[in-house]
Ligand binder design. Structure first.
Ligand code: UDP
Length: 329
């Protein structure tokens, strides 16, 4: 039996495939390559190019392969873009998940691990954030992810289907081999943008707002290494295989760092002065997002291995300095 990774050519998907292959799992990938890269596809996984909105494509795949469980990363994930093009997010994320669930139910595939996000919470009421806390997304991306979670829940109540939703905080870092890493077009995430400065691709980093209600005025986030996220997906698949009930887990380190602290750490790691310019706030940014990840630790037995910000940035730097333009050669 195989694990199907939808979006396995993307950032977190490709890292999860690398960990699955390392554990001798039989891995099948489906990706439409709109934001993923063929160069990120592990050579030992079977690759199908196609779109989850295409039910015939999914039915044919489920016919061809013996799939035990699905890990679903196939979605658009840029907060800014989701605000200017919300229907793209409803179409690919929500409608795509509807077609996927229809095909899974039809083909008797009954386990799904779903890639969710801290953006489902919006502006948090409490820090650290618990899975049960209020969810009021402040952008279309978070709204569609929350709706996808709920769609999976309702379908699981009507059909033979169990799920785990994993709400990631700020994914970062790269595979230890530096063969794969973070590469978004356009890049909007803090750590890759900072590292474009020592790579000579930009002159400075903009700090979006220094007047937040935080100790140094800049936003605080919980940075979690992509390989630790990948391990959590594998634990979630095993949890479902052992008969675990529907569940939702936060994935973070449980520690917050401000934008200024991230820039300062990147200066130390790269040895580059990395000039920073204070710029206006970015719309929709909560001041603080820090996870409580006790539930994932207790129930899944998950334990992040990259706990220090400098080792996370060092791992990202190891990829970016060798691939200054990502997967574009
Ligand atoms: N950020 C910044 N400058 C940038 C990109 C991001 O100051 O060029 C800030 C952003 O406002 C947020 C934090 O860095 O407070 C992390 O942003 P990112 O886009 O990496 O992840 P998000 O938290 O939005 O998922």
């Amino acid at each position: 039996m195989s694990v199907l990774v939808l979006g396995g050519a993307g950032y977190i998907g490709s890292h999860t495939v690398y960990e699955l292959v390392d554990r001798d799992e039989d891995v099948v990938i489906a990706d439409n390559l709109q934001t993923g890269y063929m160069d990120a596809v592990h050579p030992n996984a079977r690759f199908y190019e196609g779109d989850i909105r295409d039910e015939n494509f999914l039915n044919a795949l489920f016919n061809e392969e013996k799939i035990d469980s699905v890990i679903h990363f196939a979605a658009n994930s840029l907060v800014g873009e989701s605000m200017t093009d919300p229907l793209k997010y409803y179409d690919n994320n929500l409608y795509g998940t509807m077609v996927l669930l229809k095909s899974m139910v039809k083909n008797g595939i009954n386990k799904i691990v779903f890639s969710s996000t801290a953006a489902t919470y919006g502006e948090p009421e409490n820090i650290p954030i618990l899975e049960s806390d209020l969810k009021e997304p402040t952008n279309t991306y978070g709204e569609t992810k929350l709706a996808m979670e709920k769609m999976i829940k309702w379908v699981s109540m009507a059909h033979d289907l169990r799920f785990v939703s994993l709400r990631y905080f700020n994914a970062c870092g790269a595979h230890k081999s530096a063969k794969i890493g973070e590469a978004h077009k356009p890049e909007t995430h803090l750590i890759p943008l900072i590292l474009q400065v020592p790579n000579g691709r930009r002159g400075h980093i903009n700090i979006f707002g220094d007047d937040y209600d935080t100790p140094d005025g800049t936003c605080i986030r919980d940075y979690i290494h992509v390989t630790d996220l990948a391990q959590a997906h594998i634990l979630a698949v095993e949890y479902l295989q052992k008969g675990g009930e529907n569940n939702i887990f936060n994935l973070g380190n449980g520690v917050g760092f401000s934008v200024k602290e991230v820039v300062e750490t990147a200066r130390k790691v790269t040895g580059h002065p990395i000039p920073a310019v204070i710029s206006p706030r970015r719309a929709g940014d909560p001041a603080r997002l820090v996870a409580s990840c006790e539930k994932a630790k207790q129930i899944l037995g998950w334990k992040p291995s990259y706990t220090e910000l400098d080792e996370i940035i060092d791992s990202a730097w190891n990829w970016h300095k060798n691939h200054p333009d990502g997967f574009i050669h």
